[in-house]
Design a protein around this ligand. Structure first.
Ligand SMILES: [Zn+2]
Length: 257
């Protein structure tokens, strides 16, 4: 065989091998959730409890897929089966209106035993961070405080949810910029109205005329995360107090929780 023919054959083989691998990865059967895992979701995740039987099934499949795709690791703390499900639920809830979507920009979620500081240190005196999407050397990682994650799902009146908050940042970041406009999700014609709405709502928070977490006034990215965690945690109350925002977030996330 001549050299070009040999090269061509090798390239063809490599391509076929890659196709087969790709097909295998895409179609590999995901292990379904156990009865114990489903019971934990029922007990701890309100969003799941309120779904229909058919939707619950789809939710469970997305949870199983997420747990297959992303590692969840405890740093100086033990990760329980419930913790793993709470992380996965935080990831699945914002994307539940987009069947088949997966987080392509995340490999691992680290659970810390407490709050931490900008250098990811738990022992520092000035530590007040409960969640963070990593950048630089920590790219494709997320850090959550384990107690804050558990708290987010434990209280029925809670408007804050650190897991959902950080996963919304990750969705926002998927287009390259964390700016409060998740271009992967938002239809183009809503971009300008959404930006105006955010700026208006941020002013309301600054005027102390809003029940949205004041941290949302930091910038548009924080506003999106803070408003969305409220929208997903207390949808009735949020819809009642902020009907226009509710409508807009329903369009962005393609669901009316
Ligand atoms: Zn944030």
């Amino acid at each position: 065989m001549s050299t070009p023919a040999l090269l061509f054959t090798l390239l063809l083989l490599a391509f076929l091998f890659w196709m087969a691998w790709y097909w295998f990865v895409r179609h590999r059967q995901i292990r379904p959730l156990s009865a114990e895992q489903r019971a934990l979701l029922e007990e701890k995740v309100r969003f799941y409890r309120q779904l229909s039987e058919k939707e619950k099934e789809r939710f469970e499949q997305s949870i199983a897929q997420f747990l297959e795709d992303v590692a969840i690791t405890g740093v100086e703390t033990e990760v329980t089966a419930a913790d793993r499900l709470l992380v996965a639920a935080s990831a699945v809830i914002p994307l539940f209106g987009f069947p088949g979507w997966r987080y392509r920009n995340l490999n691992e979620v680290l659970l810390y035993p407490d709050k931490f500081d900008e250098d990811y240190q738990v022992q520092a005196a000035r530590r007040n961070i409960i969640g963070m999407v990593g950048s630089g050397a920590m790219n494709r990682m997320m850090i959550l405080s384990q107690p804050a994650l558990r708290d987010s799902f434990a209280h029925p009146k809670q408007r804050q949810n650190v897991g959902i908050h950080e996963f919304i940042h990750l969705l926002d970041k998927a287009d390259g910029t964390t700016d409060g406009i998740p271009e992967m999700l938002i239809p183009h014609e809503y971009t300008a109205p959404w930006l105006r709405m955010m700026q208006h709502e941020i002013e309301e928070i600054k005027d102390r005329d809003s029940d949205i977490n004041p941290y949302g006034a930091t910038n548009e990215a924080e506003f999106l995360s803070v408003a969305a965690e409220y929208f997903f945690s207390q949808p009735e109350k949020f819809g009642h107090k902020h009907p226009e925002l509710y409508e807009m977030l329903s369009r962005i996330f393609r669901q009316a929780p």
